[in-house]
Ligand binder design. Structure first.
Ligand code: FAD
Length: 331
């Protein structure tokens, strides 16, 4: 990223974490935030103390711990409540820019937040820079990566949601222990119009989150419902498993695995598409991947038009060979 100017107010970064473990895309946000200004972290829930050394390593100079003062169970997980809490931290810190990871939940928080603080918002950005006049500018890759869009946010405050895997995360050249400030927020009645009845954690697969993974293997109709060869290769490569809509609609794999226009957008370093044709609705969600490999029995399949490496063959023959070779090399 080339940033000529930095902001006068701090950059507030919403830290995504799971039980105190900071999610990798957050480190990308912190790397971007550092180039835009002074970085303040915003933390919901427990575990901030344990994460402070990592946040400091990535250039956080102060951290806000959010406390939600409400008898309503799980109130902090309501996007409207979270938006009010982030807004309170923006006012308290006088932040000029809020960065969030572009997840479904954060995009909802971001839009509600932008309304609260009269800010312009851009979601699904893959970069943010500060123009010479101090305005926040974003880059987005649109329409299946066929267009790059640069947007300037014209309000004094800006909210930007950044897609995972947009830039490599890099620690700051130097770091100091961040000071911690507690922000206590009492949610408004409006924010509590919905209640969370139940929250159930998805059973862990042991594989990385699809949207965050550095390697993704996706299967389509060609699997005929048998994802075992894909899963075997995924586990050897430490990859996440994705799918086309055909595969999720058939119930062969959960809907959260769907990549594409109406699913998750991925931009891993390596994407391997197996037994899928490369329909635009699918490629729109993976075309920004670093290296694209396709395995398909049909040499005319459209996926080969965007693939860096293509293997024409039956996936049930090719994948086990790939896995065997990898296993041999990995010892
Ligand atoms: C509004 C809308 C939104 C959509 N959103 C999405 C979306 O978000 N994500 C998405 O994925 N789709 C989406 N779709 C559906 C999309 O248009 C395609 O229908 C879908 O992506 C095709 O899935 P597929 O590639 O698995 O199947 P197909 O197009 O049928 O391709 C299957 C491929 O597998 C190959 N094959 C078969 N057997 C083997 C084998 N044994 N070994 C190797 N190759 C084999 C075939 O040669 C073929 O190329 C959407 C559609 C609409 C209308």
């Amino acid at each position: 990223m080339t940033t000529m100017t930095t902001l006068t107010g701090p950059v507030l970064v919403l830290i995504d974490h799971h039980a105190g473990a900071v999610r990798p895309p957050t480190l990308e946000l912190l790397t971007l935030a550092r180039a835009a200004g002074d970085v303040t972290a915003l933390w919901f829930g427990d575990g901030l103390d344990g994460a402070l050394p990592l946040l400091a390593e990535y250039g956080v100079t102060s951290a806000y711990q959010v406390v939600i003062d409400s008898p309503v169970a799980n109130a902090m997980h309501l996007p409207a409540v979270a938006a009010e809490a982030v807004a309170a931290a923006v006012r308290q810190s006088d932040a000029a820019l809020v960065l969030l990871t572009s997840t479904f939940e954060n995009k909802e928080i971001g839009v509600l937040l932008a309304r609260e603080i009269d800010a312009g918002i851009v979601v699904d950005a893959n970069g943010v820079t500060i123009a010479a006049d101090g305005a926040v500018e974003t880059n987005q890759s649109a329409f299946a990566s066929t267009w790059n869009v640069r947007t300037q946010i014209t309000t004094p405050r800006a909210v930007v949601a950044i897609k995972p895997n947009s830039i490599p995360a890099e620690p700051a050249p130097s770091s100091a222990a961040p000071g911690v400030v507690t922000v206590t927020v009492t949610p408004s009645e409006d924010a509590l119009r919905t209640r969370i009845v139940e929250r159930t954690e998805r059973v862990a697969t042991g594989r990385p989150e699809l949207a965050e993974a550095q390697v993704v293997i996706a299967g389509g109709r060609g699997t005929n419902g048998d994802f075992s060869a894909i899963e075997e290769l995924a586990d050897l490569l430490g990859a996440a498993v994705g799918a086309t809509r055909v595969a999720t609609d058939e119930g062969w794999i959960e809907h959260t695995a769907q990549i594409g226009q109406t699913g998750v957008t991925v931009a891993p370093k390596l994407y391997i598409g197996v037994g899928l044709s490369g329909a635009v609705h699918h490629t729109g969600g993976m075309q920004s991947s670093g290296t694209i490999v396709a395995v398909n029995g049909d040499p005319e399949a459209p996926i080969f038009e965007i693939a860096d490496f293509g293997i024409v063959g039956d996936l049930f023959t090719v994948l086990p060979q790939l896995s065997a070779e990898l296993r041999a090399r990995l010892g």
